[in-house]
Design a binder for this molecule. Structure first.
Ligand code: CA
Ligand code: CA
Ligand code: CA
Length: 153
């Protein structure tokens, strides 16, 4: 009796796999088209997902134009999330956090020079630090900077 039941179950499973498509009756495998029109509010997209684990959600990466499947979009050695947190451009390899750890101000792109006199906002200029990075004065727009000059003759 057990043998008969087991054979019957196998025959039933085989019939389910081999039978005609229940949607249209033909022998072609159903491609997933059903009466569901997809009108559900759930589109299957998880906006909180971070597919590449760089600290930015896929939705945020879409807004920034970075690759949601590549942690370091511009291949400069810094993950996209680190760049956003450090106020650098995750889409530009020439713009990245300083190796020396000098924090870059979020206001750096908004700063407007007013002159080089006392109390004025200086023109931007760049210097090289001990790590070989080129530091821009306006990158430190959110702090006071003491400049010490020296010359060799
Ligand atoms: Ca991401
Ligand atoms: Ca990067
Ligand atoms: Ca970058």
């Amino acid at each position: 009796m057990r043998r008969f039941i087991a054979v019957s179950i196998l025959a039933l499973l085989a019939a389910c796999d081999q039978g005609p498509n229940p949607l249209d009756g033909d022998p072609i495998t159903d491609t997933g088209t059903t009466a569901d029109t997809g009108s559900s509010a759930d589109t299957g997209t998880n906006t909180d997902a971070d597919s590449d684990g760089d600290g930015l959600s896929d939705a945020t990466e879409a807004e920034l134009g970075t690759d949601p499947n590549l942690p370091d979009t511009d291949n400069d050695g810094y993950d996209d999330g680190v760049e956003v947190d450090g106020n650098t451009d995750p889409n530009s390899a020439s713009d990245h956090p300083y190796a020396g750890g000098w924090p870059i101000g979020a206001c750096r792109d908004d700063i407007q020079s007013t002159g080089n006199g006392l109390g004025q906002i200086s023109q931007d200029f760049a210097l090289t630090d001990q790590y070989g990075d080129t530091l821009s004065l306006h990158d430190f727009c959110d702090r006071e900077v003491l400049l010490v000059g020296a010359a060799f003759w």
